[in-house]
Design a protein around this ligand. Structure first.
Ligand SMILES: [Zn+2]
Length: 265
């Protein structure tokens, strides 16, 4: 079987670019919430992020603050399980779910995968153990079974330095065959992760708001800078992404508008 990487949109939000970056012209842009499904050569199926939650959120005052600041646009068809089923994929066939980080637009569909193994970083675990508004995590979005779910937590020792076309990355080889490297892309959230698929496509999560906005990252305004876990590392990660793009790696950010569904073609 040939490996495939498919992209689905599970809800979206909108922001004024001019309010985010110095020197950017004002204009509201839609930020789709991307979910990425990798089908490996031997039948393994790995989801990267899970999009927004549909329906009621049950996330209390934190959720109300979040929705006011970043209003989501999401309906039933945006549910990750519905998106997969519409494409002929049984959500129960997903063996692994890698979470880039724990913001609401990435974890809303976690509840749809009770039998998957969740791939998390030590930073994710830290954040979950002490959720605060500042970290942007809404505990109510996680199902009750989540603390007992199958999980593989990657601490610092799980990552080693690999060179990808001359660019150094901290990576964890998920299956030991190089097909799926979980990559440390720090800055946006504690323990933020990306994934390098088949040494060709880098799923960058929220390491930047968009591939076309990577260069603008240095000009981040005060408020969007403040919501980063570590703004200096966020800027350094953006430079790494730029280096990978120059070296011919296809970099895809979670909120990039993508025309095509298949990303390895
Ligand atoms: Zn985020």
């Amino acid at each position: 079987m040939t490996a495939r990487l498919r992209h689905y949109v599970c809800g979206s939000t909108s922001h004024d670019i001019g309010a985010m970056f110095h020197g950017a012209s004002h204009g509201v842009r839609e930020f789709p919430s991307g979910v990425f499904l990798y089908d490996g050569a031997d039948g393994r199926r790995v989801l990267f992020d899970t999009g927004y939650a549909t329906g009621e959120w049950h996330t209390g005052w934190r959720g109300a603050v979040y929705r006011r600041l970043l209003p989501p646009s999401v309906d039933d068809a945006d549910d990750v399980a519905a998106r997969l089923r519409a494409d002929g994929i049984d959500p129960a066939s997903v063996s692994h779910v890698v979470l880039s980080h724990l913001h609401p637009d990435h974890v809303g569909g976690v509840r749809r995968f009770p039998h998957a193994t969740f791939v998390l970083s030590a930073g994710h675990e830290r954040t979950l153990s002490a959720p605060r508004l500042r970290t942007g995590v809404l505990p109510g979005l996680f199902p009750e079974w989540f603390p007992g779910a199958g999980r593989s937590v990657l601490d610092v020792d799980a990552f080693s330095t690999v060179e990808i076309r001359g660019v150094a990355l901290h990576a964890h080889d998920l299956f030991g065959d190089g097909s799926y490297l979980v990559v440390d892309l720090p800055g946006h959230a504690d323990g933020h992760l990306g994934a390098l698929i088949e040494h060709r496509v880098l799923l960058a999560g929220d390491a930047a708001w968009g591939t076309d906005l990577i260069e603008a990252t240095e000009g981040l305004k005060t408020l969007p800078r403040l919501v980063q876990h570590d703004a200096d590392r966020y800027a350094a990660t953006a430079r790494v992404l730029g280096g990978l793009m120059s070296a011919g790696i296809r970099v895809v950010c979670s909120h990039d508008p993508l025309g095509a569904k298949e990303l390895l073609d």
